[in-house]
Design a protein around this ligand. Structure first.
Ligand code: NAD
Length: 488
């Protein structure tokens, strides 16, 4: 049985009150680990250690030191990639193929930020000859990083790599449902010769996250998760006006025009919605199809859905695993029922798959609800499970209006062969990412984040590093002389 501990000030330790939490496999509900469950008191210790480290020798590190550190972490991720992928699948239920992809992306993220950090240099500004004026980027300070359960280590990497690369110290709090890969990652970091307190792990629930958000000794909090927690973090952060980054939920339209390559669009509609059983913030669960092809498109999806292989993520033939928790399972089933009550037509799924093997664990069939209209709750709220809601539209204007009519703005996709229409739509859609004739690709070089209620700030890309820096104007007068403004 795996047992995890906290990592504070360079030491592995149990929570002060010895709290633990059973970690459960979503595939069969067996207990797979006992994780340390911290309280606010542990979080305070970690914050104090990170503060000391930031105010101490860590400030003297050079960009070369930090770029080397990130590259070293990438090497360790590569070394333990198979172990990490197994842990991620065990804990989240996602297929091993998906977890292996995550590990590759995580190593790439560290390498990308290593390259960016190494290329950092302040700018020298035009100024009078006796003045040296420079624009410098400096670390923000102590960073509290709070991550969700759907992409535990990937989301952590998007924060840890730029935070450490920019010269900050870190307290990370993964979701207490899925702490295992972040714990293993911390073991990797512990192999490196970092000063105590530079990197701290505090596993626990909302109260630990709230401590990070409230503490006046934390200078920046970066959070990925739901809108409810995001709002409370934003309020808590006002105590010391700390910097905040919020990556929140989405309700992401996948818009198919009649002139699209329909073979590709049908195939990607499945990928958009059922990848990681739909537990993706950018999942394309809101399918919008042009009227003239709507019925045929739904018919083709209806043929494909029963063929999706649901099963344990460790089995090679599995295409879709379970959802992560009992709470999610119940919530998704409830939303499907609410959709049907609102008038949606259940085409497939909406229940636990039949068979003994699916009796334990949080299994759901891939689900298709057709004849959804933009006014229905099911078209507006994030489901975060393997459910497609399909709406019909009659014109480009109607599709655009309906797609933008959501409080969220994370990601959208458009399927068409008409380049002019593709360009018009991608400009007019109010989302942080708009894909044309594709779904889901992202990479470290491109920014990630949402408009409106999908968040504040961006991760990845140069901006993902800049968010962890303060910008300073350094002005040095080399030949000071009395100015005489107020006389002699
Ligand atoms: P959640 O909001 O319940 O929890 C996220 C993290 O915040 C966890 O570590 C949790 O313990 C902590 N937390 C909960 N309440 C808190 C509080 N009051 N103060 C501080 N910390 C608190 O989210 P979740 O259920 O783990 O994740 C699912 C959500 O995350 C979905 O809405 C999804 O769309 C979103 N998400 C967004 C992105 C993105 O990039 N925009 C990526 C992944 C997930």
């Amino acid at each position: 049985m795996i047992q995890t501990q906290l990592y504070i000030d360079g030491q592995w330790q149990s929570p002060i009150d010895q709290g633990t939490r059973a970690i459960v496999s979503p595939a069969d509900e067996t207990v797979i680990a006992q994780a340390a469950e911290a309280t606010r008191a542990d979080a305070r210790l970690a914050i104090a250690a990170a503060r000391r480290a930031f105010d101490g020798p860590w400030r003297q590190t050079t960009i070369r030191d930090r770029a080397r550190l990130l590259n070293k972490i990438a090497e360790l991720i590569d070394r333990d990639a198979e172990k990490l992928a197994h842990l991620e699948s065990l804990n989240t239920g996602k297929t091993l193929t998906e977890s292996r992809t995550d590990m590759g992306d995580i190593a790439a993220t560290f390498r990308y930020f290593a390259g960016l950090v190494a290329s950092e240099s302040g700018a020298v500004n035009e100024a009078p000859h006796h003045v040296i004026s420079r624009t410098l980027r400096e670390p923000v300070g102590v960073c509290g990083l709070i991550t969700p359960w759907n992409y535990p280590l990937l989301q952590a990497a998007w924060k840890i790599a730029p935070a450490l690369g920019a010269g900050n110290t870190v307290v990370i709090k993964p979701s207490n449902l899925t702490p295992l890969t972040t714990h293993h990652f911390t073991q990797l970091v512990a192999e490196l010769d970092l000063p105590p307190g530079v990197f701290n792990l505090v596993t626990g629930g909302a109260e630990v996250g709230a401590e990070l958000a409230e503490s006046v000794d934390v200078d920046l909090v970066s959070f990925t998760g739901g809108a409810f927690a995001g709002e409370s973090i934003m309020k808590a952060a006002t105590g010391n006006f700390k910097r905040i980054g919020l990556e929140l939920g989405g309700k992401n339209p996948n818009i198919v025009f009649a002139d699209a390559d329909l073979d590709a669009a049908v195939d990607y509609a499945l990928n958009a919605a059922f990848f990681h059983a739909g537990q993706v913030c950018s999942a394309g669960s809101r399918l919008m199809v042009e009227d003239s092809i709507y019925d045929a498109f739904i018919g083709r999806l209806a043929e494909r859905l029963p063929r999706i292989v649901i099963g344990n993520g460790f089995h090679g033939e599995t295409q879709m695993g379970p959802v992560q928790s009992a709470q999610q399972h119940e919530k998704i089933l409830g939303m499907v029922q609410a959709g049907i009550a609102e008038g949606a037509r259940l085409v497939h799924g909406g229940k636990r798959p039949p068979g003994d093997v699916y009796k334990r664990g949080y299994w759901l069939e891939p689900t298709l609800l057709a004849d959804v209209t933009a006014e229905m709750k099911i078209a507006k709220e994030e489901i975060f499970g393997p459910v497609i809601t399909a709406e019909r539209f009659r014109s480009e204007e109607e599709a655009l209006r309906a797609a933008n009519d959501t409080p969220y703005g994370l990601a959208a996709a458009v399927w068409t062969r008409d380049l002019d229409k593709a360009n018009r739509m991608s400009r007019a859609l109010r989302f942080g990412t708009v894909w044309v004739n594709d779904y889901h690709p992202y990479f470290p070089e491109a920014p990630w984040g949402g408009y409106k209620a999908s968040g504040i700030g961006r991760e990845l890309a140069r901006i993902g590093l800049d968010e962890y820096t303060e910008l300073k104007h350094s002005y040095i007068n080399l030949a000071p002389k009395a100015m005489g403004w107020f006389g002699a």
